[in-house]
Ligand binder design. Structure first.
Ligand code: XMP
Length: 511
């Protein structure tokens, strides 16, 4: 637990995580907790933010948390539903808006001082997303701002450090949103801006040392950003007691295993590279259903990893690169509290029989913070900027059954595409890219010969978290060159297509 902590009570808004990210960008530590399961001890929190929600206070059973320990005792900022909730349950009135307000609005009246004490002025653009509106302010409420359509766009409750805003300060389109959060947290609530990658490293190293002591810890490296940063943090804390295992499942990108293993060794990590390609290929033999392939790979990984972990005498802990979005318990919109925590994607949920205690040094930070923490510990920029890569690797990019020949073809194609992106300076502007080997042949002509060979698809998407994505408008000249290179250099491929589907309705991977 950090000293200067802000509590975000989640009412199920799609933007709750964004609030947390904005607060962290201000170098302030914060945690998200569901409104119906708040932390028992609120003493550690210097300020509280209530999130928005898909609920209406006028619905049958609106979220109605007990705030007696918080309201009037700690600085409180209520956003959207939070603002309506405060009004509705404190003597005000909330009704349906005459005009549903979604999108852009401008502050048409701002009371100087208070939330708007710095750098936010009349006309400032804010982003609205609500169909209810606050018709009457709660008892002791004073209006601080309006927009053209929303009279009570911001208010405060006299005699308390309680503020409420109808718009969303956390979204990019609220131009001064971050400033407003800073005004509330720093100027009004007096929270210190001490949350930096360096301070995170320092406190986490201490926590790991206290938790793990002189025990041995096992960690599975994947070549990705999260497991690498987790490893370096643990290494800083416990040195050679960290035992890393890097499994080659034979489904990585071309030359990845040797190159990344070398990189890890260069970082001083105690790492064992295990080439289990054949075992994975055997497990995949004859399988063409995507979920069956995933399962086979997951099981093979567990067997290999468990075997290797058992070679490390007295290992007591298993370290994982789980990050905050995997951990946050969001409120289920479809009713009732939900406590579904996603099982970690890459590790595939290691089984109980491993009998190891779990340590997850990144469980409270977001992906962009993982990168900042990595950079502050001197991890190579190129490694930190790597695209996400699925745990089952190329097996889910070879549609249908997987054979060593197909893996070879796809590795070659993928390398041409990815290296091309790097050489053209496009790699960093793409969130994820890869090639897919389609389970069909097409007719072509090379020289005077008729060919009947494989088709590959190229996929490049922009996204922030992989939940939604859009295809990238790569320059025609780049696509033209890449296609030529692939067809000329990779034997067995005579056609290249580019995937122009967004997610949803498509997904990023084809399987
Ligand atoms: P989809 O295809 O669901 O992918 O749009 C979203 C993100 O998740 C990755 N992905 C996986 N990662 N194991 C993983 O570790 C998997 O089975 C898996 N399936 C998809 C995908 O690469 C993208 O980043």
């Amino acid at each position: 637990m950090q000293e200067q902590n802000v509590l975000i009570l989640d009412f199920g808004s799609q933007y709750t995580q964004l609030i947390a990210r904005r607060v962290r960008e201000l170098n302030i530590y914060c945690e998200i907790h569901p409104f119906n399961n708040p932390p028992k001890d609120s003493d550690n929190f210097k300020a509280v933010i209530l999130s928005g929600s898909p609920f209406s206070v006028r619905s049958e059973n609106p979220p109605h948390p007990e705030l007696s320990e918080i309201r009037g005792k700690k600085p409180l900022l209520a956003v959207c539903y939070g603002a309506q909730y405060l009004a509705h349950f404190s003597g005000g009135k909330v009704g349906q808006s005459n005009t549903r307000e979604y999108g852009r609005a401008n502050l048409s009246f701002v009371q100087e001082g208070e939330l708007f004490l710095e750098n936010i002025s009349e006309g400032s653009q804010v982003w609205m997303s609500h169909s209810d509106t606050i018709k009457e302010l709660p008892t002791n409420g004073t209006r601080l701002a309006s927009t053209h359509d929303v009279e009570n766009a911001a208010y405060k409750i006299e005699g308390e450090q309680t503020y409420a805003i109808q718009f969303h300060p956390e979204v990019y389109h609220t131009t001064d949103g971050k400033q407003l959060l800073e005004n509330f947290l720093v100027k009004i609530a007096g929270v210190a801006q001490t949350w930096t990658p360096d301070s995170f490293v320092e406190s986490t190293v201490k926590e790991i040392q206290e938790k793990v002591g002189s025990d041995k810890v096992v960690l599975g490296l994947s070549g990705g950003v999260d497991s690498t940063v987790a490893a370096i943090l643990l290494h800083k804390a416990i040195g050679a007691n960290l035992h890393c295992i890097f499994v080659n499942n034979g489904l990585l990108s071309k030359n990845e295993f040797t190159a990344v293993l070398k990189q890890y060794e260069g970082m001083g990590l105690n790492v064992k590279g295990v080439d289990a390609s054949q075992r994975f290929m055997d497990a995949l033999a004859g399988l063409s259903d995507p979920e069956a392939k995933r399962k086979a790979i997951g099981n093979a990984f567990i067997e290999v990893f468990d075997h290797e972990a058992n070679q490390i005498e007295d290992a007591k802990w298993l370290a994982q690169g789980t990050i905050y979005p995997d951990v946050i318990e969001s409120v289920s919109v479809s009713g009732g509290p939900s406590a579904t925590i996603k099982s970690h994607h890459n590790v595939g949920g290691l089984p109980d029989f491993m009998k190891l205690k779990i340590v997850e040094p990144l469980r409270m930070i977001f992906k962009d913070e993982v990168r900042r923490v990595g950079a502050s510990m001197g991890i190579d920029k190129e490694l930190l900027g790597r695209h996400p890569f699925p745990g089952p690797g190329l097996a889910i990019r070879i549609l249908g059954d997987v054979t060593p020949e197909k893996v070879n073809i796809l590795q070659e194609v993928d390398a041409i595409f990815i290296n091309g992106l790097k050489e053209s300076g496009l790699y960093d502007s793409v969130w994820q890219a890869g090639a897919i080997l389609l389970p069909l042949n097409s007719v072509g002509v090379m020289g005077d010969e008729r060919t009947y060979e494989k088709v590959v698809a190229l996929r490049a998407v922009e996204s922030t978290d992989g939940m939604t994505a859009d295809w990238v408008n790569l320059p025609y000249a780049f696509l033209q060159k890449t296609s030529n290179d692939i067809i000329n250099k990779v034997k067995g491929v005579n056609r290249v297509v580019y995937d122009i589907s967004s997610k949803p309705p498509a997904t990023i991977e084809w399987e």
